[in-house]
Design a protein around this ligand. Sequence first.
Ligand code: KIV
Ligand code: ZN
Length: 498
Amino acid sequence: MSDRLYIFDTTLRDGEQVPGCQLNTVEKIEVAKALEALGVDVIEAGFPVSSPGDFNSVVEISKAVTWPTICALTRAVENDIRVAADALQYAKRKRIHTGIGTSDSHIKYKFNSNREDILQRGVAAVAYARKFVDDVEFYCEDAGRTDNEYLARVVEAVIAAGATVVNIPDTTGYCLPEEYGAKIRYLMEHVSNIDKAILSTHCHNDLGMATANTVMGVINGARQVEVTINGIGERAGNTALEEVVMTLRSHKELGIDTNINATKIASTSRMVSSLMNMPVQPNKAIVGRNAFAHSSGIHQDGVLKNRESYEIIDPKDVGVDENSIVLTARSGRAALKHRLHTLGINLEPEALDKAYEQFLKLADRKKEINDDDVLMIAGEHHKARSRIKLDFLQVTSGVGIHSVASVGLDIAGEKFEAAASGNGPVDAAINAIKLIIRRKMLLKEFLIQAINKGSNDVGKVHMTVEYDGAHYNGFAANTDIVAASAEAFLDAINKFVR
Ligand code: KIV
Ligand code: ZN
């Protein structure tokens, strides 16, 4: 029997802090559901006091996810903790993650304070958080550079105050693996009440040692690891989930394992990379494009004779299908079904028929259909059930002329048409839709992204529409970005028009 290691995923908090990686609430829910399917134990969903968007994401993820504990970050500040507790109100299992800097550098320069005061503030934060939830994690920020004797006093005091998990972050990615392992061992041996809590690792990758440090932490007694998909995160990133999970699976002699369904690693990695616009480096361990590619003749020969000659992991174990069929306009329904299955989507026969129709239309416009396209198509059949559908859209636009759009909508089977002008094709299309759906709604956010590359590519559109004081998110993807924009607008409207 292996010892159980808990996976705390912070892709949506530490990962999402990276400039350019921000997700809207709909995308965060998509990622949270993928993390749930992957089998993570805890999802750190955001830092609710930091912005209304973060607050809302924690609320919505709490509603959308069933099994993992939903965690919200705070500083050791009462208002942060109250706001986090409020954001977590719908979570089936909830945790508040509070903490403070404990290194001398943080104490002196960040807080202009002293060790005793910081210890008391930590204790007070934990005691306050326990008024709202039973599960409280405490982080000793910059623990990597904190003196071990003082760190042990802080850990003991916050456990006595009710912390269930104590996080030992190497915030700056400074530690050597031996040093970090020794720190965890020191705490295991010198904190008298350590049996009442779990120690957690949280390693940054500034010197490229995040995974090594995390594994050393685990070997020395930590039983929770804080990780992100693809190792994304502040600066050089956080420890990569896939690397820790597969290190433990490859080294069974360590006798430690997680609840992760590793066959979902590749598809989750692709989803996060594509939604966050963060390409995975080709030689990245486990999930890089070249992680299982053998280019030298000697290696190819060896692998063909016996895979284990040059591979320590069977690519199928992490969901990489080496024989994956390239999908084109000539691919059949079975090939699409197989690819959807590999991506973790199983459609009923009727939905599969609809998806296949969409697939053929897209394959006519694009030479090769990739996994992002397939994921987009799989989302399309949901729209068939929408009350308001886009029947047709015609747009005239160009340089030196005013854009004009004619729109046809099908609202619960009834047909409506309108035409309007605008300062561009999207504006004209939205204005025409507004002439049919006469509600006081405001477009708050509008984001267009190309999924891959090439002028025949699919454009993804996200919109946030404000109606009656609430925000509704819409999403659509199409090779025509004006059509995608109109569909995303309708997708949002469908969420409040009944
Ligand atoms: O790196 C760090 O110290 C953190 C804490 C806020 C947990 O992300
Ligand atoms: Zn961090």
